[in-house]
Design a protein around this ligand. Structure first.
Ligand SMILES: Cc1ncc(COP(=O)(O)O)c(C=O)c1O
Length: 432
């Protein structure tokens, strides 16, 4: 039980879609005019709106954020290596035999497209200061793998990574940046004093309209760029790569990745409310921060001089001294209750007991069974096998530590202050 805190009648979600009315109007219009396939006004308008909002020249609406990242990765491979996906003669994907630097603490959709193309992700450890890729670990990785030409970077929970540093490092070493801004639409950062939006920070950029994102189409995603040639390539590849011929003529491998005009109607209506959603999420973050002042925890951190998040998810991390014992297997977790201490597992259980939804931090990719063979680089170099039975001290693994001690809090923008107060109370009780 939630230590005598009354459960909610209606579940408080981690982050659920918020519809306003315009979504239905645009979908209705599409159906009434019979524009229900992958062309139509909703797609055109959504692309214009997002390109304007983010400050890029071109936007291509796709079926998911993952497909947008896939297209971005393929373009990066074409530019870096002049390779395309092979067709069964043993050539494999466009990244076959190539290594790619990737964010480590993220959703696996950030890195899977590298593997779709036959590449090998090399995971770069996380920054304590913003829970994103650590520029120092990236520099270490470049020393170890100077041949790498592509980097895929995500902005965790709506906090932009330290792109000023990352872009500088990548420019110096001729590395192309694929930006996964799936969680960060509306967030921005400063590069050489200039404000730049997430989704415009890489050479190839992707956002998501998944149901839990700050703006949703129920699903969907978008590829963003300043290059008309790249945008046109993605328009072609995402609609089965037809050549200009009277019949279906194919010289390149195609995909069925375009967004439907129905989904675009939902996203178009929802996009009208992005600033309102961000303001609500920011208020939730600040209310948690205030409520937790007395606790040995900190909220997911960022440097307000460098970035302004979209506050998509509020998350917290328990101070080491207040961290109870917790053991996590591949699928289950156990913890010990101890006075004055708690664990993410206990807090998530208690949140769930009052009918609210929290979530563990993204389990870092280098800890995933799928990627256990892949290199993982920390600020000290190789992050694998970095302890020694005969020498005291451990190698730094920031991502693992944040995963151990952190958790995502219910961050739904429809949550009332009263509901949030109850969640804060339940969490405070865990430390008693
Ligand atoms: C960081 C990150 N990358 C990629 C994705 C994939 O987006 P989609 O679900 O639209 O394919 C998501 C969310 O789902 C995400 O959180």
């Amino acid at each position: 039980m939630g230590q005598n805190v009354k459960p909610f009648e209606n579940k408080v979600w981690l982050s659920s879609p918020t519809m306003h009315g315009e979504e239905l109007q645009f979908v209705k219009e599409a159906i009434e005019t019979n524009w229900v396939s992958t062309v139509g006004k909703n797609i055109n308008e959504l692309e214009k709106m997002v390109a304007n909002y983010v400050g890029v020249k071109e936007a291509v609406a796709l079926s998911s954020g993952t497909s947008a990242i896939h297209m971005a990765v393929k373009l990066a491979a074409l530019k870096a290596y002049n390779t395309m996906t092979g067709t069964g003669d043993g050539k494999g994907g466009s990244l076959y035999g190539k290594k790619v630097f990737c964010s480590d603490m993220t959703f696996d959709a950030t890195v899977n497209p590298v593997v779709y193309e036959g590449g090998t992700p090399i995971f770069i450890d996380t920054n304590k200061e913003d829970w994103n890729m650590a520029p120092k670990a990236l520099e270490k990785a470049i020393e170890m793998y100077p041949e790498v030409k592509i980097l895929v970077i995500a902005h965790l929970y709506g906090v932009p990574a330290d792109m000023e540093q990352i872009v500088k490092i990548c420019k110096k070493h001729n590395i192309l940046i694929v930006e996964d801004a799936a969680e960060a639409l509306g967030a921005y950062c400063y590069i050489d004093g200039k404000k730049k939006m997430a989704g415009a920070l890489g050479d190839y950029n992707a956002i998501s309209f998944n149901g839990n994102k700050i703006v949703t189409g129920s699903s969907g995603g978008m590829f963003l760029t300043d290059s008309i040639e790249d945008a046109n390539k993605v328009r072609k590849w995402s609609t089965q790569a037809r050549e200009n011929a009277p019949w279906y003529q194919h010289e390149e491998l195609g995909y069925n990745y375009r967004m439907s005009n129905i989904i675009a109607g939902i996203a178009r209506g929802n996009m009208l409310h992005i600033d309102e959603h961000i303001a609500q999420k920011k208020a939730i973050y600040e209310r948690y921060k205030e409520g937790f002042k007395v606790l040995p925890v900190i909220m997911n951190p960022f440097d307000s001089k460098k970035v302004e998040p979209n506050y998509w998810l509020s998350a917290m991390i328990i101070d080491k001294k207040a961290m109870g014992e917790q053991v996590r297997g591949e699928k289950q977790a156990l913890y010990k209750t101890e006075q004055g201490k708690t664990t993410p597992t206990e807090i998530l259980e208690k949140i769930s007991s009052i009918n609210a939804e929290g979530r563990p931090i993204w389990k870092p990719m280098h800890m995933q069974p799928l990627y256990r063979e892949n290199p993982f680089i920390t600020v000290n170099g190789n992050g694998r096998a970095n302890s020694n039975a005969y020498i005291a001290g451990e190698g730094a693994d920031v991502g693992e530590d944040i995963f151990e001690r952190g958790l995502c809090l219910p961050s739904d923008n429809k949550m009332t202050e009263e509901e949030q107060d109850r969640i804060i109370e339940v969490i405070k009780n865990c430390f008693k």
